[in-house]
Design a protein around this ligand. Structure first.
Ligand SMILES: [Zn+2]
Length: 478
């Protein structure tokens, strides 16, 4: 006899199948899944409702974490049949709640629907969150996830104008983070060739670009700056290279106008991005489209709403906010066998807009993209700011080097202070620069910062993800 758990799983997998369009081959020149990609907000909502009705019994029967949560809230799976029910009745889940579950139920936790049997029979890959909480949270995905993820990523990559003729240089170490792996399988689905670029230094990578002429680079924004400079030092002008697209992820970059412009200018190439998280994967959350960057307008990043529900919530009370208001991102994943999380607090600040985009999609757009996780927020004497606000201040000064760092320390009076360390060719006569950067920081963050101007090449070069903040305070205020 089939168990309730297996029955709910079969129904969920059927539902995923039913709402998949053009799984293996693109449906048109412009859209991979034309019906879904150009769906109206009403059509998207009815797909979301059908998926929510199928996913709640699946989670209840297959995840002990979810079953306990339903029981604690006094809810049956049938109480959440559509998006309105979900938003009204289901409080957001944050990382610490998952981390506690992982601690109580080592080593995997019970917040996914992956059973030992499914993992043994058709497990695909285990990814790990890069969160800063200290408790590793892992996510084991199945081959259903691989397929659904590759399909979703192919849709997003086609929207970013990846097409036949492109070769993608994958500048990543292929670690336990989901981004590059998910892209790799999406590119395989599109049958676009790739060059793996793990396990080599920047000079070797620069030589590969010069010699084998990839058209697209996958890398972090800070590494794009570094690699461009390495190419220049080899006597190769990045602008004259084969590279036409810089595909970035892993840290904010496209949202910082001055950084984006600096990188695009350095390479003479267009920057596009994927946005997402390990918890709601292995596919993309957000992606750039042809209309993402327009003169005089803020940069935008789409979200794929037939496969995920995206909301922004108030940072304090976690209540949902209407479109147009700034809040923290929350994701419900409706495209996964292993990790279809309900209202997971991803926690990046943005503003959503659901009017039709010039590219023809009605899927929500994050206006100004994403400006950093709430976890990265610097709290200095009660004043809160993001590292990217300091980055904008440094970049606003002509001639500033690519690298910078923010040092938080406690002075001899017991007062917490911030020093911005930057590089500039005029480091021997720094007075004007110090004043200019301090003024930019004061305007953007309403705080006084010390500024140190160093000779170019003093600060360590970013090799992968930039580490911008050094916190040496004797006690960290919360
Ligand atoms: Zn668009």
């Amino acid at each position: 006899m089939i168990s309730r758990a297996d029955e709910a799983r079969a129904h969920w997998l059927n539902t995923l199948d039913n709402f998949c369009e053009n799984r293996d081959v693109s449906g048109s020149v412009k859209y991979w899944s034309p019906g879904l990609d150009t769906a109206s907000q009403d059509e998207i909502r009815s797909i979301q409702n059908a998926k929510v009705a199928a996913v709640t019994p699946f989670l209840y029967e297959n995840s002990a974490f979810y079953r306990r949560r339903f029981d604690r809230l006094g809810l049956a799976p049938t109480d959440i049949r559509n998006v309105d029910d979900l938003v009204a009745k289901w409080p957001v889940i944050d990382k610490s709640e998952m981390a506690q579950d992982a601690l109580a139920h080592p080593p995997y936790g019970t917040y996914t629907t992956m059973s030992e049997e499914v993992w043994t029979q058709r497990g695909w890959m285990m990814f790990s969150s890069s969160g800063s909480t200290g408790v590793p949270r892992v996510f084991r995905y199945s081959h259903v996830d691989r397929e659904m993820g590759a399909w979703a990523n192919a849709r997003a990559l086609q929207a970013m104008d990846f097409c036949k003729g492109d070769t993608v240089f994958m500048i990543t170490g292929y670690g336990p983070h989901v981004w590059a792996w998910g892209v790799q399988y999406g590119l395989a689905k599109m049958q676009l060739p790739t060059i793996p670029g793990g396990g080599m230094d920047a000079k070797a990578r620069a030589q590969i670009i010069d010699r084998f002429k990839p058209t697209i680079l996958l890398l972090t924004p800070s590494y794009a700056l570094h690699l461009g400079r390495v190419l220049e030092n080899l006597g190769v002008d990045p602008r004259k290279s084969s590279v036409r697209t810089l595909f970035v992820g892993g840290e904010p970059g496209i949202s910082v106008a001055a950084t984006r412009e600096r990188i695009q200018e350095l390479w003479g190439a267009r920057m596009v991005e994927f946005y997402g998280c390990t918890e709601a994967s292995p596919h993309v959350g957000g992606f750039s489209c042809e209309a993402s960057q327009q003169p005089g307008k803020e940069v935008t990043t789409h979200l794929l709403e037939d496969i995920q529900i995206w909301e922004v919530v108030d940072a304090e009370n976690k209540k949902v906010l209407p479109d147009g208001q700034r809040g923290l991102t929350v994701c419900t994943n409706l495209n996964s066998e292993a990790s279809p999380q309900l209202r997971f607090l991803v926690g990046d600040y943005t503003v959503l807009d659901r009017t039709r985009c010039d590219c023809g999609r009605c899927h929500a757009r994050a206006i100004g993209s994403f400006s950093g996780r709430a976890d990265d927020l610097i709290n200095l004497r009660g004043i809160k700011m993001f590292p990217i606000q300091i980055e904008q201040a440094v970049r606003a000064v002509p001639g500033a080097g690519d690298e910078f760092e923010i040092v938080l320390a406690t002075n001899s009076d017991g007062l917490d202070i911030m020093t911005v360390r930057m590089e500039h060719a005029d480091h021997s006569t720094p007075d004007g620069l110090i004043k200019a950067v301090a003024e930019e920081v004061r305007t953007r963050c309403e705080i006084r910062a010390g500024v140190e101007v160093l000779a170019p090449g003093t600060l360590p070069k970013t090799e992968f993800k930039a580490k911008r903040v050094r916190d040496q305070r004797s006690k960290v205020s919360s």
